[in-house]
Write a protein that binds this ligand. Structure first.
Ligand SMILES: [Zn+2]
Length: 410
């Protein structure tokens, strides 16, 4: 094991001890005692790398290596350091650790960049305490206004700023950050899925964070007695719904490009064992990396569903949720791939099926992400594990990329 890898393991192990559920995974809620412990460790490590440490009015942490250019925008590297309840040691912190180790390499090699380099550690990405998710990144980019932030309460009724004060955070610090002060954002995250491990490829270069839409479909028919209504006289809402649901996987497979489609909720009415169902309501969750694939599948689902609107069966379709896919920055993707080639590290393109802070930043700056394999594809559980050798790969890739990004004027 090399030096960088040893340091990575030390960071991950130390951070994993800051949990409210020892022996039962990482539970690190935003503005909790464990947040403060992790925060102090991260700030200490930032200072040891020669970075100037600052926090904002949300408690996001920034460690800055000044560049030679005056008032120039920074290259940001980082991730979040909160967790889900009984989560793992890698989702979030691994990305912060990578950023710290990139800064460590800058110090070790005595590099002074032209543009500043900033290590960032974000709060409340998971939304475990205050809901919604991506709070740290949305807040700093101005997508969460001060009033709405102040009104957020946790399940015990504790407002954000009160919780911040309990761990000694300064709520009067500036909250919003001008996008002009950011040149790029790089994030390393565990894949949280099985693809890289199955392909035995150590690096996934994220092309897009998938868009997602949800359709709510209601199928109605006619209730009747399960014993006395002949088969040819039935308008069974559940049979129609089941026929539709059974055809959905093939629509995703035909669309390809990593498109996935899921029915996760189905309610049957009146839900009696001896009553022909007169209503079935189900969800259709559609995700893909490209908007055209999402829209294509939505259209195909619509026409499939509408084709059942006959012979006494009625259907309605609602679309309560639509989030557009976020493409990562093509120039940085190319830079990362070229860097992998130069370092002889195998990689493949991949889409992210989950949301990440990079998705928020992608609207304001050039954002890019790398994934590393997750053991057995698991995350958000104590078994979550990734190889420190894979994490060390991303340190080297981001170090090379950050050297270029902090030098070039583009
Ligand atoms: Zn995460």
């Amino acid at each position: 094991m090399n030096n960088v890898q040893e340091r990575i393991e030390k960071h991950i192990n130390t951070l994993s001890q800051f949990t409210a559920t020892p022996g039962k995974g990482t539970t690190r809620l935003t503005y909790s005692k464990e947040d403060l412990q992790a925060r102090n460790y991260i700030k200490e490590q930032m200072k040891a790398c020669g970075l100037q440490v600052q926090e904002d009015g949300f408690g996001n942490i920034f460690g800055k290596l000044e560049g030679t250019l005056k008032d120039a925008p920074s290259v940001l590297i980082g991730s979040h350091f909160d967790s889900v309840p009984n989560g793992g040691a890698y989702d979030g912190p691994a990305g912060v650790v990578v950023a710290l180790e990139v800064a460590h390499l800058f110090k070790e090699n005595q590099l002074t960049p032209k543009y500043p380099l900033e290590v960032i550690a974000l709060v409340e990405e998971e939304g475990t305490r205050y809901g919604g998710g991506l709070m740290g990144s949305r807040g700093m980019m101005g997508l969460l206004n001060e009033e709405d932030f102040k009104n957020l309460k946790d399940k015990d009724g504790i407002p954000t700023e009160e919780a911040m004060k309990q761990i000694g955070l300064n709520t009067t610090l500036p909250k919003q950050r001008d996008p002009k002060t950011i040149k790029a954002f790089l994030e390393m995250h565990i894949e949280q899925g099985p693809i890289l491990e199955e392909k035995n490829i150590p690096i996934g270069v994220v092309e897009a964070i998938v868009g997602l839409t949800q359709l709510d479909i209601t199928v109605s028919g006619q209730a009747g007695h399960a014993g006395t209504t002949p088969m040819d006289r039935r308008t069974d809402a559940l049979v129609a719904a089941a026929n539709i649901i059974g055809q959905l996987p093939q629509l995703a497979i035909n669309e390809g490009a990593g498109t996935v489609i899921t029915t996760g909720r189905l309610n049957v009415f009146p839900n009696g064992a001896n009553v022909i169902p007169d209503k079935a309501v189900f969800t259709v969750d559609i995700r893909s990396g490209k908007e055209e694939n999402v829209l294509n599948v939505v259209e195909k689902v619509r026409s499939l569903v509408m084709s059942y609107n006959k012979d006494g069966i009625g259907v309605t379709i609602e679309q309560p949720l639509y989030i557009e896919p976020k493409a990562m920055n093509q120039e940085i993707i190319t830079l990362l791939k070229n860097t992998c080639d130069a370092l002889e590290i195998p990689y493949c393109s991949i889409n992210s099926g989950a949301g990440h802070d990079a998705m928020v930043f992608s609207d304001y700056t050039a954002a890019a992400m790398l994934f590393i394999p997750s053991k057995n594809g698991l995350s958000h559980c104590p078994e979550e594990w990734s190889d420190s050798a894979h994490i060390a790969n991303t340190v080297n890739i981001f170090y090379e990329a950050a050297k270029k990004l902090t030098e070039s004027n583009e």
